[in-house]
Design a protein around this ligand. Structure first.
Ligand SMILES: [Zn+2]
Length: 122
């Protein structure tokens, strides 16, 4: 393709890395912060198996996503059927953070090598 040829000739290695990382960032699916844990609960029902003195069996597992966002801690429960999707979304955010760091590094490397170009239309 013509545009790829153009990129090949004009873009530096660092600029190509930046474009590649931006594309990868755009391709990431939906994200969730935090981590997922298993919870076991005790209910309020009298005589329930979860409350007996000998070998109580708690209810669960329930799956809870816990996270801190902008300094505020929060959590939400995840339906067992949605668990693999939720794990994937948590993974996507980790990938997003990793790519963001790589993108910033690539930008620094680009400026270090090529300097700041100012307004190209001048
Ligand atoms: Zn119970």
């Amino acid at each position: 393709m013509l545009s790829e040829l153009w990129n090949e000739n004009i873009m530096s290695k660092e600029e190509k890395t930046i474009e590649k990382l931006k594309k990868e960032l755009l391709q990431l699916g939906p994200m969730l912060p935090g981590s997922i844990s298993e919870q076991y609960n005790v209910c309020g029902k009298a005589g329930c198996k979860c409350k007996r003195l000998k070998e109580p069996i708690k209810h669960g597992p329930y799956y809870q996503l816990s996270f801190t966002l902008a300094g505020k801690s929060s959590s939400l429960f995840i339906n067992k059927n949605d668990l693999s999707q939720a794990y994937q979304m948590v993974k996507n955010l980790k990938q997003f953070k990793q790519l963001t760091i790589e993108l910033i590094k690539a930008n620094v490397a680009c400026v270090r090598k090529n300097g700041l170009k100012g307004d190209k239309n001048d």
